[in-house]
Write a protein of this length. Structure first.
Length: 474
C-alpha cells in the first residue's frame, strides 16, 4: 500500500454518511459497499462494510450491512475460477476445443469446431453473446440453453475479433457440469463456497428468500421515478454468466483469495498461484472495444489506475449494478452494490473515494462529448443498420447533418422492441461517438470499425455486425 490510511479509514459509520449523500445525489434507493485491505508489510487485514437506504422503495425495508445483492456478471469471474480449477485437475486446458468437450454441440450456425476454452474465457469466440432464452428452472436448463446456440448467427470467426459474450460463459458452465457430474449451482457451492466458507453466496431464489435482499429498481425513459423492477432476476439458464447473489462480506472473502495467492482465510486452496497469475495476465488488447478497459484477462477485466494494477469485473442485472475490484499490488478489494437510480454515477463516485483512501490513486475517466452534435464527422459508408441477437442500431444522418442512432432491443427476436432515438456527439477519436437517451442515463460509446473483414459497430463492449439491405428489411 502506498498511502497512509486515516485513523477512521475502516469506520463504517463514517462511510455510511458518505454513501447516504451519494445515494441522495444519484437517486439510488439502497447501497451496500465495503473494502478489505491487507497491509503488504505486516500482513494485517482490515475491512469494513457499510450500507444506506432501503432494499425496496415501496416496502421501505431498510438495507443492512449483511443484505444480499445481485453480483450480475461478476459471476463470470466465479465461472472462470472453476474452469481454472478443472485445468489444474488436468481435465481440460486453455487450448482444449469445445468440440472435444461437447462433441454433439454447435455454438453457432457456422461453428467449425475451432472454438477453444480460451476463446470463451476471453470473449473472442465470435458466438452471439446476448442470447437470453429461458429454458426453465430444472437442472437441465443450461444443457437446453447451450443446445439452442446452433441457430444463432456468429459475429466473427473464432479469434478474429472481440465482443462481450454472456453465451460463452453459459457454455463454460455446461462444461463444468459435465466434468463435475452435477449442476453448475452445485459446483459453485462445492468449489467456491465450501472452500472459502462463504455462507451468503447463493444462486437460487429459494435460497435467498430467508435473507434481506436488495431489490432492483428501474424507471420509464424520461421519468425520474424509480420503482421496484417487475422481474427480480435473470433466468437460471444463463446462471454461469450472471446469476449469483451475495453479501458484501462474502465477495470480500472471494476477492481476498486473489490477494493470498489463491488461498482462503483458513489456508484452503481455491486456486494455485500460477492460476491466479494467469487469470490476471493480459490475453487480449481490446482496441476499438475499449469502453471499459484496454485489456482483458481470463475472466478478469484488466486496468491501470495511474500506475496501480487493477483486476475487476462489473455486473448489471434488472435494476441492480455491482462493482468488484481487486488491486493486487495494494492489497485492496473493493465491492459496491447499488439497487437502482443513476447507479453508474454513484458507483464511480464510491469506487473513486475508496481508491483514493485505500490505494492512494484515482480511477479512469469515462467517455464524454468533445463538442456539439453539429460537429460530428462520419463517412456515409458507416450509415445503416447493425445488430446482434437482441439489439438493433439504425445509424442515420438528419436533415441538419447531425448523427442519430435508433436503438431497439428485445429478448424475443420475433418481437422487436420499441425504438429509442439518441443524438450522437463527437469524441476525441475518429469514428467514435457518444450519446444517451436522457440526462439520467450514462453516456454510451459507439465506435465504427472493421472486424474480421466486416463493418461493425461497437456499442460499448458489444460488437454489432452491419446488416445488408435484405437483413435490415427483415
Amino acid at each position: 500500500m502506498t498511502n497512509a490510511l486515516s485513523q477512521n479509514a475502516f469506520d463504517p459509520v463514517r462511510w455510511e454518511r458518505f454513501l447516504a449523500e451519494s445515494a441522495r445525489r444519484h437517486q439510488v434507493p439502497g447501497i451496500v459497499a465495503g473494502v478489505l485491505s491487507i497491509d503488504p508489510d505486516s500482513g494485517v487485514e482490515q475491512r469494513f462494510v457499510a450500507s444506506t437506504g432501503v432494499t425496496n422503495n415501496v416496502t421501505g425495508v431498510e438495507t443492512s450491512r449483511d443484505a444480499l445483492c445481485q453480483i450480475g456478471s461478476v459471476t463470470k469471474v466465479v465461472t472462470s475460477t472453476m474452469i481454472m480449477q478443472l485445468r489444474e485437475e488436468g481435465k481440460l486446458d486453455l487450448d482444449t476445443r469445445i468440440a472435444d468437450l461437447l462433441p454433439d454441440t454447435k455454438l453457432s450456425t457456422t461453428d467449425d469446431g475451432s472454438i477453444t476454452v480460451q476463446h470463451l474465457l476471453t470473449h473472442t469466440s465470435g458466438i452471439n453473446g446476448d442470447v437470453f432464452t429461458d429454458t426453465g428452472r430444472g437442472d437441465d436448463c443450461i444443457e437446453k440453453y447451450v443446445a439452442l446456440l446452433k441457430d444463432a448467427e456468429p459475429l466473427f470467426s473464432p479469434g478474429n475479433g472481440w465482443s462481450y459474450c454472456n453465451s460463452g460463459f453459459v457454455v463454460l458452465g455446461r462444461i463444468i457440469e459435465l466434468l463435475d457430474g452435477r449442476s453448475w449451482d452445485a459446483s459453485v457451492q462445492a468449489r467456491i463456497s465450501a472452500r472459502l466458507d462463504l455462507t451468503h453466496f447463493l444462486t437460487l431464489p429459494e435460497q435467498i428468500m430467508s435473507h434481506r435482499y436488495q431489490h432492483g429498481h428501474t424507471r420509464e425513459l424520461g421519468s425520474k421515478v424509480w420503482s421496484p423492477a417487475p422481474v427480480t432476476g435473470l433466468m437460471r439458464s444463463v446462471g454461469p454468466a450472471g446469476i449469483i447473489t451475495s453479501s458484501v462480506d462474502d465477495m470480500l472473502d472471494f476477492g481476498r483469495s486473489f490477494l493470498r495467492e489463491g488461498r482462503g482465510s483458513a489456508g484452503t486452496a481455491l486456486l494455485s498461484p500460477e492460476s491466479v497469475r494467469l487469470m490476471s495476465e493480459p490475453q487480449v488488447d481490446l482496441g476499438d472495444a475499449d469502453a471499459l478497459s484496454p485489456q482483458w484477462g481470463l475472466g478478469w477485466i484488466l486496468d491501470d489506475w495511474n500506475g496501480h494494477r487493477v483486476v475487476w469485473h462489473g455486473g448489471t442485472t434488472i435494476g441492480n449494478k455491482a462493482w468488484f475490484q481487486v488491486l493486487p499490488d495494494d492489497g485492496v478489494v473493493i465491492v459496491v452494490f447499488c439497487n437502482g437510480g443513476v447507479a453508474n454515477a454513484a458507483g464511480a463516485e464510491i469506487v473513486g473515494a475508496f481508491a483514493r483512501e485505500f490505494a492512494g490513486t484515482t480511477t479512469g475517466a469515462s467517455v464524454a462529448p468533445a463538442g456539439p452534435a453539429r460537429d460530428v464527422v462520419i463517412q456515409d459508408e458507416w450509415l445503416g443498420t447493425y445488430g446482434d441477437f437482441i439489439t438493433t442500431f439504425e445509424i442515420v444522418k438528419t436533415e441538419q447533418g447531425t448523427l442519430q442512432a435508433k436503438l431497439s432491443q428485445s429478448l424475443d427476436p420475433e418481437k422487436p422492441g420499441q425504438a429509442i432515438t439518441v443524438d450522437l456527439f463527437p469524441t476525441d477519436k475518429p469514428n467514435r461517438f457518444t450519446g444517451r437517451p436522457d440526462t439520467l442515463t450514462t453516456w454510451a460509446q459507439l465506435t465504427f470499425t472493421e472486424v474480421d473483414g466486416h463493418p461493425c459497430l461497437y456499442s460499448d463492449i458489444r460488437c454489432l455486425r452491419k446488416r445488408d439491405s435484405t437483413e435490415a428489411a427483415a
